[in-house]
Design a protein around this ligand. Structure first.
Ligand code: GLA
Length: 718
């Protein structure tokens, strides 16, 4: 009788030639068929016993039109033989051979990690597939390392991290995130039909247009609480690609992910290897809500730089919307004094403090304090900010240069370009070729100097345009397309070195809003700028989409002035409550606020501090979606279950219909909760209510008019 499963995260079942990866609630199985090919066998609910697994099936020997399609679960398919689906690896050898057939060579298990080594049937070209298991979050990480041990150059034309398969069948639904500048992370849902759907970036960074995250459910039947949901994400901030494929003959849905092979070519010299981006996959048997909570926990516990010792995000003030480029010592000090009064903990000066930067037309690249605006450098401002009890942060856009800058006049060749061709500007700027090591060292040097000479504890790292004319004329032609990968690697390296040298430094990733949010940059930054659109009603949708893939802890959300850029005005309370659902920031012009605004803001900031651990480190339940009705409601439950915060928003009053009943989730049915409101919007004035009543009887709120909102805090009684 086969052995019952042990608790190992990775185990090999020799009789079946199957490897099993186990998380707390899921299993993932890979097997070898009788031709020594690696197949994906299972991904879903945890299978408790070894006898629940089956060996890999054989590939049919004889060719027919559909033969490659009848075995479509290759774990890491090379492009060769009779292979017609999206390959994981495609190569050309120096002698012209383009046939690649990968078979099992060996494997090694080290605790939570499995490495399976594949080899081409003839050449000494190896692929090391590394799997790491994250048991608590039901997530597995795949990564592939391609190793050239042949005596010739092997040019990689597509290098993917791997493939995730869902069980064969029809009727799956894809959920993904799309958007644009000022309208990021919009949730899209569509049926998966035969053919390929490509989600990708060709822009050099993660992009606003599509985010490297997906979720798949069966027949579109999963909701927030129910149904099987498979999800995945890439950890890469450069050109990436996810190919969602439904193979017509077998109805096998698979998602291949890794480096975008568009304009990709990587000549691997003898002895060299290339690592692909981490590709994460997870499974929830309880709908999208749980899938998101698993991702949130995973990011907080495993990805973010403070994952070993998490700390809470401070309340931030950023002067951008108040001053734009018009910054100076006196003006910033005045804002800082007002920000400190309402409880701000981190004061960030945005664009405009350096070079001859009075508009977006000049100065980028000249990371030296503008002495007209700051005659005595930044020290007087920073020590004033510190004396008010706040940390100081500063904006940089290190990867960019304005043609009207000293840096560009000195080094025009540092901007990426094809010699003799136009250099297309966007926001009057060009992209520095960060793939070049001399450019990387220069940028590291100027940032390091600023951080060493000033008490800067936070950097907002911006990137306000995408690549154009991505030429790299200084290296041999065959290596020029490496720019896409090497650029991102060098940006990562600069950030990693800055953090190592300045251990208390925190970083915000911004790219004209939320253009650089992915699991690669999140290993290096503490917060991300969600969107340049800070209009609270639009934000409800942007933030909802964001929360499908990313934890609210890192979701920078500001309260700004109205009317916002879309012309809408919402009450200050509504703006605060929207922003309090993430990492709260304030970006309004505090010089224009009334005493009433100050009073409300002070109260809201203090309320936020009381619930921020619940918001940032707790479990999110999306109760009413802003996409679906007239009310949005989100509930956050602290990780110890002692506190819950319910945010509710009425979009617009329709006739005299009352807002629908809100059923809370994630509470202890038998416990009693003390209810605190900020504004008495509860229809029933009860003070202590059972978890059971809150979840099954629900709460009714007196929300009325347009953009009404409230916050209810529940404290579990002892
Ligand atoms: C980008 C950012 C903004 C601000 C400006 C400064 O647009 O997204 O928040 O920093 O740049 O120029």
């Amino acid at each position: 009788m086969p052995a019952m499963s042990d608790n190992a995260l990775v185990r090999y079942l020799p009789d079946l030639k199957v490897w099993v990866l186990t998380t707390e609630r899921t299993s993932y199985a890979i097997g070898l068929n009788d031709r020594n090919e690696l197949q994906s066998l299972y991904w879903g609910e945890k299978l408790e016993s070894d006898r629940d697994f089956f060996p890999a099936h054989s590939r049919p020997e004889h060719a027919s039109f559909d033969s490659s399609e009848t075995m479509t679960n290759e774990e890491y398919p090379g492009w060769g033989g009779r292979y017609y689906n999206e390959p994981s690896l495609k190569v050309t050898l120096a002698d012209g051979d383009r046939d690649l057939v990968l078979k099992y060579a060996s494997h090694e298990i080290r605790g939570d990690t499995l490495v399976i080594r594949l080899k081409d049937i003839e050449y000494d070209l190896f692929v090391n597939l590394a799997y790491k298991v994250f048991p608590k979050e039901d997530i597995i990480r795949k990564q592939a390392e391609v190793e050239n041990r042949t005596p010739q150059v092997v040019t990689l034309e597509s290098a993917q991290s791997g493939v995730w398969y869902v069980p064969t069948g029809e009727g799956y639904r894809l959920t993904y995130l799309t958007g644009r500048w000022a309208g990021e992370t919009q949730l899209i849902r569509e049926p998966i039909n035969p053919g390929m759907k490509v989600l990708e970036s060709r822009r050099g960074n993660t992009s606003h247009a599509l985010n490297p995250w997906f979720a798949i459910d069966e027949k579109g039947e999963a909701d927030e609480e129910h149904g099987r949901v498979w999800f995945g994400a890439l950890g890469w901030s450069g050109n990436w690609k996810l190919v969602v494929e439904d193979t017509p003959a077998a109805h096998q849905v698979r998602v291949t992910g890794g480096y975008n092979n568009f304009d990709f070519s990587w000549p691997l010299k003898p002895g060299e290897s290339l690592n692909t981006p981490p590709y994460y996959g997870g499974f929830s048997g309880h709908g999208f809500g749980e899938a998101s909570r698993l991702m949130h926990r995973f990011e907080r516990d495993e990805i973010l730089p403070d994952h070993a010792q998490p700390h809470l995000r401070p309340v931030l003030y950023n002067s951008w919307e108040a001053t734009e480029f018009n910054v100076n010592e006196e003006g910033q000090k005045a804002l800082a004094e007002k920000a400190a009064r309402i409880g701000v903990e981190l004061f960030v000066m945005d664009d405009g403090w350096f070079g001859r930067r009075n508009s977006d037309r000049a100065g980028l690249g000249d990371w030296f304090v503008n002495t007209q605006k700051f005659p005595n450098g930044l020290h007087p401002l920073i020590s004033y900010v510190n004396s008010l009890g706040m940390k100081f942060g500063l904006w940089f856009e290190p990867e960019m240069v304005n043609p009207d800058s000293d840096l560009y006049r000195r080094h025009p060749d540092w901007a990426m370009n094809f010699p003799g061709r136009p250099r297309s500007e966007a926001r009057n700027q060009l992209v520095l070729n960060m793939a070049r090591d001399d450019v990387k060292e220069y940028i590291f040097g100027v940032l390091d100097k600023m951080l060493s000479e000033n008490n800067i504890q936070y950097i907002k790292w911006d990137m306000n345009r995408h690549f154009g004319e991505p030429g790299w004329p200084e290296v041999p032609v065959a290596e020029q397309k490496e720019i896409w990968v090497k650029y991102t690697r060098n940006v990562y390296e600069i950030i990693d070195r800055l953090r190592a040298k300045h251990p208390s430094l925190e970083i915000e990733s911004c790219s004209g809003g939320g253009g650089r949010v992915d699991l690669g940059i999140l290993e290096r930054v503490n917060e991300v700028w969600t969107s340049d659109n800070t209009e609270a009603f639009d934000r409800l949708r942007i933030q909802e989409g964001f929360s499908f893939a990313y934890t609210p802890k890192i979701m920078s959300a500001w309260v700004t002035d109205v009317p916002n850029l879309n012309g809408r005005s919402t009450p200050l309370k509504f703006r605060f409550l929207v922003a309090m659902q993430g990492a709260l920031g304030i970006g309004a012009n505090l010089n224009h606020w009334s005493p009433e605004d100050y009073a409300l803001a002070t109260q809201m900031v203090s309320t936020y501090k009381n619930i921020r651990e619940t918001v940032q480190q707790g479990n999110l339940y999306r109760l009413f979606s802003p996409r679906e009705g007239n009310q949005t409601a989100n509930e956050y439950v602290s990780s110890d279950g002692k506190q819950a915060a319910l945010f509710a928003f009425l979009h617009s009053q329709q006739f005299l219909w009352p807002a629908p009943t809100i059923y809370l989730r994630g509470l202890d049915e038998s416990a009693l909760y003390r209810i605190k409101t900020i504004d008495n919007k509860l229809a029933d004035r009860q003070e202590v209510v059972s978890g059971s009543s809150l979840m099954h009887h629900g709460l009714n709120l007196n929300l009325r008019g347009d953009y009404d909102s409230t916050l209810i805090v529940l404290e579990k009684t002892e």
